[in-house]
Design a protein around this ligand. Structure first.
Ligand SMILES: N[C@@H](CCC(=O)N[C@@H](CS)C(=O)NCC(=O)O)C(=O)O
Length: 261
């Protein structure tokens, strides 16, 4: 994982999607803000999500990490935002602009800068009608987010260091992670989907930010073991259901296709 030479500053319009990867280095060519086909118009008309007119600027490193959930929210709600990607080599200089000297942070119009990825995710979810219909849906969405966050923290502790600087124990550590921690957390996420969701959504019968976080962490698990979902049938169905969303599908297709180029 790492970055190329300079800071990139991309305005993500609804029809403009980009490549993101949790673990691989990107060069400057890969960071060009290329135009892609627009999402299907009929889906946008059908969408019940609000399209905010605020100016959003998301600042993060040039990979998925803690910013990807936020990018997914923007993608699903078809909300334009500036995807400011900071290269590792520029971070020392850029750090002073980050209120807590950490990424991500979000600028919204001229308001004070927002920090803490999960607080930002909850805020954006409310703005984009992805937080759950009522307070009971919202608390269930919240607790799914909390569980997912615990799991991604484990991923950051055990797996990310091996991606950054692989050791001789890398395969063993990954296997141990899959056998012990992933087993516990993925089963628990399935239990919540079973208890709270309908039609393979995590909570209620519509897409929420909880679905997006589950999708993001499952994507990272599939990168560790491409067959992992064979052991988690509910998560497999959930992934298919979430990818029925045309805006998300468009974003993921474009992101994954660009990664292969
Ligand atoms: N709790 C914070 C954690 C932020 C965090 O750890 N950010 C890392 C990148 S994932 C960072 O900025 N590292 C660079 C540094 O600390 O200098 C959040 O969720 O936003």
């Amino acid at each position: 994982m790492g970055c190329g030479s300079s800071k990139t500053n991309k305005v993500i319009e609804p029809e403009t999607k980009i490549e993101i990867d949790v673990s691989e280095e990107h060069d400057d060519n890969e960071n060009k803000n290329e135009q892609s086909p627009s999402p299907p118009n009929n889906e946008l008309k059908k969408s019940s999500l609000a399209i905010s007119s605020k100016n959003y600027k998301l600042n993060y490193f040039d990979f998925t990490g803690r910013a990807e959930l936020l990018r997914l929210i923007f993608a699903v709600s078809n909300t334009p935002f500036t995807d400011q990607r900071i290269k590792f080599k520029d971070w020392k200089n850029e750090k002073k602009n980050a209120p807590l000297e950490q990424l991500p942070y979000l600028e919204v119009d001229d308001n004070p800068i927002l920090v803490q990825s999960m607080a930002i995710a909850r805020y954006l979810a409310k703005e984009m009608n992805l937080a759950g219909r009522d307070t009971y849906d919202q608390v269930r969405v919240d607790l799914v987010l909390d569980l997912c966050k615990e799991f991604t923290d484990c991923f950051s502790i055990y797996i990310v260091p091996e991606m950054l600087n692989p050791t001789d124990e890398k395969e063993e550590i990954i296997q141990h992670f899959i056998d012990i921690l992933a087993l516990r957390y993925l089963k628990n996420i399935e239990t919540l989907i079973e208890n709270f969701g309908q039609n393979n959504y995590a909570v209620g019968d519509q897409l929420t930010v909880a679905d997006l976080f589950i999708h993001d962490l499952v994507t990272n698990m599939i990168k560790l073991n491409s067959a992992i979902l064979e052991n988690y049938p509910k998560l497999k169905k959930h992934k298919s259901q979430v990818e029925e969303n045309e805006n998300l599908k468009f974003y993921l297709d474009t992101r994954d296709r660009k990664k292969l180029e």
